[in-house]
Design a protein around this ligand. Structure first.
Ligand SMILES: *Cc1c(COP(=O)(O)O)cnc(C)c1O
Length: 397
């Protein structure tokens, strides 16, 4: 297989459509799906040479697969990363990035406002292997600095965060990490590489749940770790090869094809979300609207410095707590009640009783997850239809 064309200085929209494409001798225009577990060798000598690493070529799809390679190369190009490794889910990407590099005696600093399973890995799984952690308020740089220990190896954050869309200053956190020789790990699922490229702000490792905006149509779970060559060869590659959280070539193909429309879709998600956020702010029963690019977002200047648009997620609080939030959600005619996000279909979630129900009431309060808070993943429907749907549901609440 030959690489299609040299990316050179291609802009990100071109990379999203063509980056990493390889063609077979059939010269297919659409990327081929290689549903194969193994690869045959011309002779035993060739097998020996491939296993010794003396010649290139595929050996086994737990290690690598041509369709997966295309997806990884396109992701690396979009993130501006030296290399990318796809995984079976977003959580496989997060746990592989952490567990491949950490060992007993190491310490992690993590922002408290984080996806529930990420927090579980940090708080419940890492300590079982003698890896300690400190949680900080991600927006307070002094807390990151104060949490550093001589054995701190990874600083882990998510921006914008789930579900309150708080923003972390990646450049400031990277400065602290660099001074200590530690890695900054950023979960970029909410923004996608179209809106934010954390490596430009000093991050060393970027993880994605490609289940979200990259798939974009709620079809398949997947994940990606983007990192340096050194992190890949020393930590990630041996971990992936021998523990096996590899992505299915079929999913990699779906997500590869989805990248062709990621830029277009994100534009529309952002335009719709901005419109819905402004509409919600006009509603008397809505007591708080959180959207990174609105002037009333507490960190809106930082959001504008790091992101190209505000993203597709809006959080808002309805007067009347859980009862009103349930009534509103139940009255919606278009928007689905579901805990996924980043789908073409709009989705609403009540974090207190679903995604954040395992947290203590105190921990929820610290994150701003109140009883009346709803997280809305704004889809690709007509924004006016979404506003009308919300208007009638707010009346019913
Ligand atoms: C969904 C999500 C994950 C986990 O991804 P899966 O693909 O569901 O495993 C991690 N981080 C963030 C921010 C997410 O939204």
């Amino acid at each position: 297989m030959a690489t299609n064309k040299k990316p050179g200085k291609w802009r990100k929209r071109t990379l999203g459509v063509r980056g990493g494409t390889m063609r077979t001798p059939f010269q297919e225009t659409s990327e081929a799906l290689f549903l194969t577990s193994g690869y045959a060798y011309e002779n035993s000598e060739e097998a020996e040479a491939r296993f010794k690493g003396e010649i290139g070529g595929y050996q086994y799809s737990r290690y690598a697969n041509p369709t997966v390679t295309m997806f990884e190369e396109r992701m690396a190009m979009l993130e501006g990363a030296p290399i990318a490794q796809a995984t079976a889910t977003g959580m496989a990407a997060v746990s592989s990035a952490l567990l491949s590099a950490l060992k007993t005696g190491d310490h992690v600093v993590a922002a408290r406002a984080m996806f529930g399973s990420c927090l579980h890995v940090v708080q419940e799984i890492l300590p079982r292997f003698g890896i300690t952690y400190t949680l900080v308020d991600g927006g307070d740089i002094a807390q990151w600095q104060a949490a550093m220990q001589p054995n701190t190896r990874i600083l882990f954050l998510e921006t914008p965060s789930n579900p309150t869309l708080s923003i972390v200053d990646m450049r400031a956190v990277a400065k602290i990490a660099d001074a200590a020789g530690a890695y900054v790990l950023v979960d970029n699922a909410f923004a996608s590489p179209v809106l934010q490229r954390p490596m430009e702000f000093g991050a060393h490792i970027v993880v994605h749940s490609s289940t979200k905006y990259i798939d974009g149509q709620g079809r398949a779970l997947g994940g990606v770790v983007c990192c340096t060559e050194d992190f890949y060869t020393r930590h990630l590659q041996p971990w992936i090869r021998n523990t096996g959280p590899s992505i299915s070539p079929f999913t990699a193909w779906l997500h590869l094809k989805s990248l062709e429309t990621l830029d277009l879709r994100m534009k529309q998600h952002c335009e719709n979300a901005a419109k819905v956020a402004d509409f919600l702010a006009t509603q008397r029963k809505v007591t708080r609207v959180l959207y990174p690019f609105r002037a009333d977002h507490p960190q809106h200047n930082l959001a504008r410095a790091q992101m190209e648009a505000g993203g597709g997620i809006v959080a808002f609080e309805i007067e009347g707590g859980k009862k009103a939030a349930f009534k509103l959600s139940n009255a919606l005619g278009i928007i689905d009640i579901s805990n996924n996000l980043g789908d073409a279909k709009s989705i609403i979630t009540h974090p207190e009783t679903t995604t954040h129900s395992k947290l203590s009431p105190q921990a929820r309060l610290e994150l701003g997850v109140t009883s009346g808070l709803l997280r809305l993943s704004v889809g690709l429907e007509d924004a006016d239809d979404l506003c009308e749907d919300l208007e009638q549901a707010i009346k019913a609440a």
